[in-house]
Ligand binder design. Structure first.
Ligand code: GUN
Ligand code: ZN
Length: 430
């Protein structure tokens, strides 16, 4: 058993923060060798029970904060090298940068090299789980799954389905794409900490036949994830209306093919209407909010007030490479700004602990992994970060002066980046 002593942040079931300025986190392997949280709370209350247990190793981290590993609900590992590509919005960005780059991932050695860099970069930024797009090439899934398995990470990924309106090199075949998907589910889903996601890129790049097949797989494999994009950009929405004139809305296209259910995750969800939001809630479909991407591609602002009024599940995501940063601190900062911009009249200021929850326990809940990751309550898998709140001169000065948990968290959200993450600890399954 390992006993960590430091400040400790975790979340109650209602999403409110639980904070111990002098905390204790006890971690031990379960019967299968998976490290889990055994106890979390105040040092005062717990130390007598845990510190003197035979074999207990004490790790004292003065001045540090232990918090759940961050969960990135939507990212594209093959777009690691596409970050910062200038374009006039989503569709030109896809055509000029993203598709040509993704065409390289038929080559397993190339995919391996990017997957390796990507996972190292996630960990350097304190992200312990992500739901990631691969590309349309099955080898791109093998690469990210293999590299995640080697690191013991809980990761979800899927082969992109895109059988039309896509150039040579990334376009797949309708039937073959579905056969490859099912083979990859059988090969990877539930192996160690890995999960598979059925991944139609978005409605414009799949034929109705391909979306129908994806929906059939989603019904057959109920605990596999479904992962796509919806309602990101107005030009995209006009295009969907031409391609699927019978659908009530863009979101309704996916619903018509059985692609809305628990563990279905849609990135962006900016231009939904109230009927769409009600459908999200009824089907327990989740939204992955990607604010740095939405700002970079001028897509629009996620509507937090309407999402909360409708009771839909959501969490935060970087959407690299449309997104501008791997850092959860940059994403939380952008989410704060988006909340203010979208609701400047209503004056919505997302609370710092709520932003943090959206990138940890809230994201885990939206992914159907509540109580598994994204939190440090007893029973959770022990994925966590050790934060040094004094990692820069300005942060050291600022965090010394904070008078509440919200002020401390907000100082890090506004001023922080990868330098805050001193260690990322991934619960080993072996
Ligand atoms: N819509 C379809 N493909 C993509 C993509 O790669 N990134 C983003 N942001 N939106 C998309
Ligand atoms: Zn995306």
């Amino acid at each position: 058993m390992k006993i960590y002593r430091s400040a400790l942040l975790r979340f109650a079931p209602d999403g409110s923060p639980v904070y111990d300025s002098d905390g204790l986190l006890a971690v031990a392997p379960d019967a299968k060798g998976q490290e889990r949280v055994v106890a979390a709370g105040s040092w005062q209350a717990l130390q007598a029970q845990y510190v003197n247990q035979p074999g207990a190793a004490l790790i004292d981290l003065p001045g540090r904060l232990i918090a759940p590993g961050f969960v990135d609900m939507h990212i594209h590992y093959p777009q690691t090298d596409v970050i910062g590509a200038p374009a006039d919005g989503l569709l030109p960005w896809l055509e000029h940068y993203t598709f040509p780059h993704e065409s390289r991932f038929h080559d397993r050695a190339y995919a391996d090299s990017v997957a390796t860099f990507f996972l190292d970069e996630l960990l350097r930024n304190g992200v312990t789980t992500s739901l990631t797009f691969a590309t349309s090439h099955p080898a791109s899934v093998d690469a990210i799954m293999h590299a995640s398995q080697q690191r013991g990470m809980r990761m979800m990924a899927g082969k992109v389905l895109q059988d039309r309106n896509s150039p040579d090199g990334v376009r797949d075949d309708t039937e073959q794409g579905l056969i490859d998907t099912e083979n990859l589910i059988e090969r990877w889903h539930g192996v160690d900490r890995l999960g598979y996601a059925i991944t139609p890129r978005f409605a414009p790049t799949s034929t109705p036949e391909q979306l129908r097949g994806a929906g059939e797989l989603a019904a057959k494999y109920k605990d596999v994830w479904v992962h796509s994009h919806v309602s990101e950009n107005l030009d995209e929405i006009r295009w969907v209306r031409q391609l699927y004139p019978q659908a009530r809305s863009y979101l309704d296209v996916y619903n018509g093919f059985g692609l809305m259910r628990e563990r279905a995750v849609y990135a962006h969800c900016i231009w939904l209407d109230d009927t769409d939001r009600a459908l999200m809630r009824e089907t327990r479909t989740a939204a992955a909010i990607s604010p740095t991407s939405n700002l970079f591609l001028s897509s629009g602002y996620f509507d937090y007030l309407k999402a909360d009024a409708a009771g839909l599940m959501y969490g935060l995501a970087s959407d690299v490479g449309g997104g501008m940063s791997f850092s959860p601190f940059r994403t939380m900062q952008a989410a704060y700004i988006v909340g203010r911009e979208q609701h400047s009249k209503a004056g919505l200021s997302l609370k710092p602990a709520h932003l943090w929850w959206q990138h940890t326990a809230g994201a885990a809940r939206a992914l159907g992994l509540e109580g598994v990751i994204g939190n440090l309550q007893p029973g959770c898998e022990a994925d966590f970060v050790v934060i040094n709140p004094a990692c820069t001169p300005l942060l050291a000065r600022k965090t010394q002066q904070t008078a509440s948990l919200d002020e401390l968290l907000f100082a890090m959200i506004v001023l922080g980046d990868d330098r805050l993450i001193e260690q990322t600890i991934v619960s080993q399954a072996k």
